[in-house]
Write a protein that binds this ligand. Structure first.
Ligand code: FES
Ligand code: FES
Length: 167
């Protein structure tokens, strides 16, 4: 039986040659945090990392992933939601319905690993995920806050109010 390395563990699976990795993750391995949106590599809801590279698992056949390649899903990003991206996402209330957010977080985590201080252009290029709730501005802010070490003030994102206070 073929094997995948998922979140640090060897997992066996059964699939046709063209079965997408997404279905193996969700239906055979029970990792349902990775979502199905479009199925044609457009929305990014199905994004996982393969050897650190953000990958749209709806169009990647599971059979094409080598047993030595390391797959990380949202469940494997941290054991308890403590990855810096997850912490800032929660602090800034980025998600709305949440459906696209596993993919957003995985794409952002890969971007920040590759470019710890991404420019707006870097963010535009890396974050091509689609969010029907329109969380794009919050996603951009959250990435900048993570880049600034998780501090909203040093990231210069604080909102100044008419009474002089900031939040
Ligand atoms: S479900 Fe894979 S990109 Fe939309
Ligand atoms: S938060 Fe609802 S689709 Fe993105």
């Amino acid at each position: 039986m073929p094997t995948l390395n998922v979140n640090g563990k060897a997992r066996t699976f059964e699939a046709e040659n063209d079965t997408p990795l997404l279905w193996v993750l969700r239906e055979q391995l029970g990792l349902t945090g990775t979502k199905y949106g479009c199925g044609i590599a457009q929305c990014g809801a199905c994004t996982v990392h393969i050897d650190g590279v953000p990958t749209r698992s709806c169009v990647r056949p599971a059979s094409s992933v080598k047993a030595t390649e390391k797959i990380v899903t949202i469940e494997g990003l941290s054991p308890d939601g403590s990855h810096p991206v997850q912490k800032v996402w929660a602090a800034l209330d980025v998600p709305q319905c949440g459906f696209c957010q596993s993919g957003m977080i995985m794409a952002a985590a890969a971007l920040l690993k590759a470019k710890p201080n991404p420019t707006d252009n870097d963010i535009d290029e890396a974050m091509t995920n689609i969010c029907r709730c329109g969380t794009y501005n919050r996603v951009r802010k959250a990435i900048k806050v993570v880049a600034q070490g998780g501090d909203t003030k040093s990231a210069r994102l604080a909102i100044k109010h008419s009474d002089g206070s900031t939040t």
